[in-house]
Write a protein that binds this ligand. Sequence first.
Ligand code: F6P
Length: 325
Amino acid sequence: MANPIKTIGVLTSGGDAPGMNAAIRAVVRSALAYGYRVVGIKRGYAGLLKEEIVEMKSTSVSDIIQRGGTILYTARSMEFMTEEGQQEGAGICKKHGIDAVVVIGGDGSFRGAMALAKHGINTVGIPGTIDLDITCTDYTIGFDTAINTAMEAIDKIRDTSSSHERCSIVEVMGRSAGYIAITCGIATGAENILLPEVYDGDEQALVNRVIASRKAGKAHHLVINAEGVGHSSSMAKRIEAATGVETRATILGYLQRGGSPTCRDRFMATLMGVKAVDVLKAGKENRVIASKHDEIVDFDMAEALAIQKSIPDEWQRTAELMTRH
Ligand code: F6P
């Protein structure tokens, strides 16, 4: 078992996600309740290297549970990717008496945590990304807010698309994962859902589908395209040219990452934040918090990063059936 810890650091890293503040709050308040000292590390690993370290009191996290973004800011650090940067980061933790760091972010942020761990700093990861693409967990903080934001936007686009009898391609976030696209595609009744995991680039199939739905009397045609497939604007031009159906592309972009977190995101972030501190209190080292089958659990960080995950077959089968006609 590790030496008893006295001071816990908390940082957010990578793309921000609604609910990160609720996770910070849960870490700070539960750690204080157990008698630990807590410090916030601003701007992720980049801020660590600049010693942007602040004391966190209970009031430091007042009035943030309902706020999107992260009060600790977030950044990506090239310097921390180097061995020297990682050694320096661990040295700064030691200098400030930080025995353990809770890292709220995605897989990339957890790799940074592993680097700190290699240099003797205990770390715990909390999954925070709108993309749902952290392999060891069924849930990531921010996903629910993002899909609801995207769904509302898509419903609005659908209204105007129907009025003008257009085809609309809506691009949602997910650079390498189609979780947002498939969820929103199913929930908005889209005619096509394009996922980076499975899209084969067969645009003729898309064209045929637009023509078929027009023949069937549909006023609109909604294509949900994941960022990882991309090229929505040029795709719209080609579909319009091939079908004669006026086609517009909308890229939803960063609006999906902001906004007040949903109840589910606040709740899950709070459960996960408390679990992260519980894991440290239990003397465990280098863990990742995860939600598995509605339970909050923890995994060894190296093992967690090696787990494979893909969009459930059930989701893909449902999407296929719902978009066939
Ligand atoms: O947070 C995840 C994500 O939204 C991805 O879907 C997207 O590709 C990426 O972040 C973009 O982030 P940034 O532009 O901030 O690097």
